[in-house]
Design a protein around this ligand. Structure first.
Ligand code: AMP
Length: 115
């Protein structure tokens, strides 16, 4: 299993940092964002450490598929038909945790383009 000892989300996978986990699959977990930006704001991450979605797509495309499938399942679990799926990639795009995560956002009206 690929791990980064200093990575916050690896610590959540390992149970060293608490999180409200809402789904688990073979290769992913989903947990509530600590600072929710919408009524539903869940992060879906692979259990293995990849820095961003580009690395995940290149190195483990089947895991990326599973992350997206789980994100869709989170929306269904939450009873929301519409949701936004966001992979912030790079500092300028707003990425602050460098373990790839899909933000599942929904439950309110949203605007476009995002800020
Ligand atoms: P990003 O800015 O796209 O890298 O997203 C990182 C997200 O992780 C932010 O929305 C944070 O609120 C969230 N976050 C940071 N620490 C935790 C934590 N311990 N548990 C749950 N979510 C967290």
């Amino acid at each position: 299993m690929t791990r980064d000892a200093d990575c916050l989300f690896c610590k959540i996978v390992d149970g060293q940092v608490p999180a409200t986990i809402v789904r688990r699959s073979e290769r992913s977990i989903a947990f509530r964002d600590i600072a929710p930006q919408a009524p539903t704001h869940v992060l879906v991450i692979p259990k293995e450490h990849y820095v961003n979605v580009a690395a995940l797509a290149a190195e483990a495309p089947e895991t990326l598929t599973e992350v997206v499938r789980e994100a869709s399942a989170v929306a269904a679990d939450e009873g929301i038909e519409a949701f936004r799926l966001v992979f912030n990639t790079g500092v300028q795009a707003g990425q602050s945790v460098f373990h790839v995560h899909a933000h599942v956002l929904g439950g309110r009206d949203m605007t476009w383009p995002p800020g």
